[in-house]
Design a protein around this ligand. Structure first.
Ligand SMILES: *Cc1c(COP(=O)(O)O)cnc(C)c1O
Length: 305
């Protein structure tokens, strides 16, 4: 049995009225770990467990680390998450409440990640937050669920960080015969690594990233995500931090679900569709979720972003 759950697919009256489109929501914010990440990470952890691994090691202080911790507890295996000093108390507490060991190390993520890699023994599996074919295969299950429901979208809107979610959505569309359905890939301006790569038609990295949408803060998307953007129709769209935050607040009021600014980025495009998106009528928005930002934090950012 998979570790993730089948999530609701629903037509959103408030978003449809706001956009003038027919907006459908895939509510992966309702996964037990609070984000879509459990789909791919759950599959990866189950696979590594079946290969005899006894412990999972992660270096994500965000939704990936929380999903690994959840998967480990569900499978009865140990989890160690190494996070940098900048990680919030809330994120550490969310990982610890899944009974995972949290090690705080280093000023930035690459230092925490280096320690995580150095801990790996023969019985350990390292779980990458976005760059592993098992993750994409697992994330693709959300599109299988949509296809089974009988609903076929004209376009899909998805947030992009390291591009694992985008790769999974494209894989899911491909394996359901929906390669012609365009994907709108949304990033915030301070972390627009896919937009940069697509503009240069090269798998480039940004020098730095700066955004309130911390789950999107990857300097470079995984190679597979870039390849998908060259192989099929992917429209890159960039929103401001303020737009992403406003969308979080509005979505909370409209749908009574709190999501991170990372997810707010995708919702921002749905609330205010671009001319390109307006060419389509039935639009599926992947509500990827995220648990690391409280409403107080989002409101504080809104006054300063
Ligand atoms: C990880 C994450 C993303 C981005 O996913 P990638 O696979 O890194 O592109 C978006 N939203 C939330 C809530 C996330 O946790």
């Amino acid at each position: 049995m998979s570790l993730h759950i089948e999530t609701p697919l629903l037509a959103s009256r408030p978003l449809s009225l706001a956009s003038g489109l027919d907006i459908w929501l895939k509510l992966d914010a309702l996964q037990p770990s609070g984000s879509f990440k459990l789909r791919g990470i759950g599959l990866a952890c189950e696979t590594y467990a079946s290969q005899g691994k006894r412990r999972f090691v992660s270096s994500s202080g965000g939704n990936a680390g929380i999903a690994v911790a959840y998967a480990g507890r569900s499978l009865g295996l140990a989890v160690t998450v190494v996070v940098p000093e900048t990680t919030t108390e809330r994120a550490k507490q969310l990982i610890r409440q899944e009974q995972a060991e949290v090690i705080v190390h280093g000023k930035a993520w690459h230092e925490a990640n280096a320690l995580a890699l150095s801990l790996l023994g023969d019985d350990d599996a390292y779980i990458h937050p976005f760059d592993d074919p098992l993750l994409w295969q697992g994330h693709a299950s959300m599109i299988d669920e949509v296809a089974i429901s009988g609903f076929k979208p004209d376009a899909v809107v998805v947030a992009v960080g390291g591009g694992g979610l985008l790769s999974g959505v494209c894989e899911g569309l491909a394996r359901n015969g929906w390669n012609q359905v365009p994907v709108f890939a949304v990033e915030t301006a301070g972390a627009a690594s896919l937009a940069a790569a697509m503009a240069q038609k090269a798998w480039v990295a940004l020098d730095s990233v700066q955004t309130v949408a911390t789950s999107l803060a990857a300097k470079q998307v995984c190679k597979r995500a870039f390849e998908w953007s060259q192989e099929r129709v992917v429209y890159s769209h960039v929103v401001s931090d303020q737009d992403a935050l406003d969308a979080c607040e509005r979505f909370l009021s409209d749908q009574r679900i709190l999501v991170e600014p990372a997810c707010g980025a995708a919702l921002a495009l749905a609330y205010a569709p671009s001319e390109t998106l307006k060419r389509y009528s039935r639009v599926l928005v992947v509500v990827c979720g995220g648990v690391t930002a409280t409403i107080d934090q989002i409101r504080q950012w809104r006054t300063t972003a």
